[in-house]
Design a protein around this ligand. Sequence first.
Ligand SMILES: [Zn+2]
Length: 283
Amino acid sequence: MILETPTFRVHRIQTGAVRVHPQQVEGSKFNRSIWILTSRKWTEWLPINTYLIEHPKGLVLFDTGEDPSVNEPDFYPWWAPQYRKMCQFKIRESESVTEGILRLGFSPDDVRYVILSHLHSDHVGGIARLTKSEFVISEREWADGQRFGATFMHGYQKHRFYNPDYKYQIIHHEKMNQAGAFINGYDLIGDGSLVIVPTPGHTFGHQSLLVNGRQPVCLAGDAIYTQSQFKREVADGVADDKKAAVTTMNQLREWSKRNGGAPILSTHDPDAGVLLSRRNGMI
Ligand SMILES: [Zn+2]
């Protein structure tokens, strides 16, 4: 419960753009390995968003985006050629997450927490630049990222998010003492202002952040891709659990309704910037 409703400033930091096959956004009745190998169509360029929250207890970053090093020819290991078939990136050196933080007038070393929605590479790309922060990940996502075959089947590249020197906080979403669209969650600060909730589907351990300021907003990672996909409630084409993805979308919609139509801001939604600026970034 929040005793005093705070106000936060939330900034969107875009770390370049990505385009994928339309089947990835819109879903497909075919097995993903079929369209990944055969599709020649691409979506428009979609943003790779991260979000920085100015919280009284310190700076909190949601996801770290992609990194400019993705442009290097040997970025992907030789034994994982499927990534080049799945997505194309457009990102300049100046578009790393830490450059974005600096442009906003903050030091990357002052980011206290980095909440990771999941461990796909375009969400963990900036981790190596944020070694002073504590990375917050769900226990299920962490376990899945360690599994043998995680790279081929689930899009994880362990060498990009794991280093024994990184500080990880592996969290369990507990039952919360409040009625709401989400039964389980993890109260990061302990005052109800930043509640991490499980939003499985895209990956089994995917999580989102409810920023409970005066005008709440949900930072949803890849739980949704675009507003139109969200409206139509179709699971994305690479979702590990399509049924769970649709249930998650229902919960997000319910949460939004209970919070006066609060926006659901995702990583790749071209409308996310407009939805946030309508609130002047003040949450
Ligand atoms: Zn993803």
